[in-house]
Design a protein around this ligand. Sequence first.
Ligand SMILES: [Fe+2]
Length: 203
Amino acid sequence: MTDPRNPQLQGFLDAALGALERHAICDRARASLRRIAAASHRVEPHGRAPAARLPVCAHLDPLLASLADHPAVGPLAHAFRDVAPLLVWRTRADPDGTASRNFPTSHANAMFIGPGGIEPRSDIWIGVSLLAPHVRYPDHTHAPEETYLVLSDGEFRQGDGDWFSPGVGGSFYNPPGIWHTMRSGDTPLLALWALWNDGAGAA
Ligand SMILES: [Fe+2]
């Protein structure tokens, strides 16, 4: 029998899935999030990777503190702060050279639940990207569909479309296989993402 989920992780998942569902902008995102929420009731064993931070994570605490009283995402920010000590922050590659030159030392990703996460599993991935100011993330694509919840200023792009700024609490949906990216301006960028991997393949 699997142990109950770590309470800080469960509290974060409850807050994150609630906020994602409230802010979703289309039926496909809402359907994806319903599948993710249903699957999340099954608890997988806690991962064994030790928590790890990177220098760019110095931006995290001030960002979360700035959201503490936000009417839409304040409770989520509190839950994020509580679970943050368990996160394993990592960098990702820029295989096509589309990222800014400062990208390798100026970003970090972490997975709450999903591959390499606090709760490693393959069916649902809920994670976060953190960018220092003036960083462009690589163009990337993956088979699982994805819903974003943005927690800061910053710009996003899908395919060859225009850059757009969802703002704090803004959300958008990436269909399977769409190219997408993000970039920060004068302030750090923080964004949650939730992917439903139905087994079609993972990036
Ligand atoms: Fe993505």
